[in-house]
Write a protein that binds this ligand. Sequence first.
Ligand code: ADP
Ligand code: ZN
Length: 215
Amino acid sequence: MNIFIMGAPGSGKGTFSSRIKEEFDLNHISTGDIFRANIAGGTELGMQAKAYTEKGLLVPDEITNNMVKEYLSQLSDKKNGYLLDGYPRTLDQAKAFEKMTEGTDLMVDEIVVMDVPFDELTRRITGRRSCKNCGEIYNIYSKPPVKEGICNKCGSELSQRKDDNEESLKTRLEEYAKNTEPVIAYYEEKGMVKRIDATAGIEEIWPVLKEALSK
Ligand code: ADP
Ligand code: ZN
């Protein structure tokens, strides 16, 4: 089972990815997480990506495609497939991925799109906090931690992403409309897309999403 999870910034890709990968025992690749980890670690890749991600711009396709290619070669075959989160985000990436996987068991089987109305996205993004240590995601409005600023799971400090401010968010939403919506349309024509209404709360969405993926 090989899945792409797609959706605008704030649509819940990260939150649901962690549930999906556990439920179906999948390799999880989040290109956003990989960029953030490389930026935090000060690697060459991180230095290349930093200026783009912080402004909310997409990292150039060539850098992103090479990175994904490398991760594909490291997947564990003990898992039931992969969940690719945050990629592909441009038509060029989608085509590059097809080339990389054509004729192998790494071709994508299904594409989940998390649908959320535009104004709800802003609230989610500006309220988002995540654990520096275990990655658990909170929202100060809709899913606050028990103790302010502290992770329920591991007790570490919560932080806010550098690109979760209103200015970068505006750019991210523009990038999404310009580059990523055409990718969804492309897969929709192939009949591969499952759209999930992701407006409600996590516990209401999860059973619907799980059911859609079990079919
Ligand atoms: P979100 O979907 O909430 O914006 P992500 O964590 O998926 O967040 O991505 C954060 C940032 O990382 C993006 O704004 C972009 O700069 C970079 N990025 C992630 N995935 C890609 C990709 N496939 N292509 C180009 N840039 C990417
Ligand atoms: Zn934690």
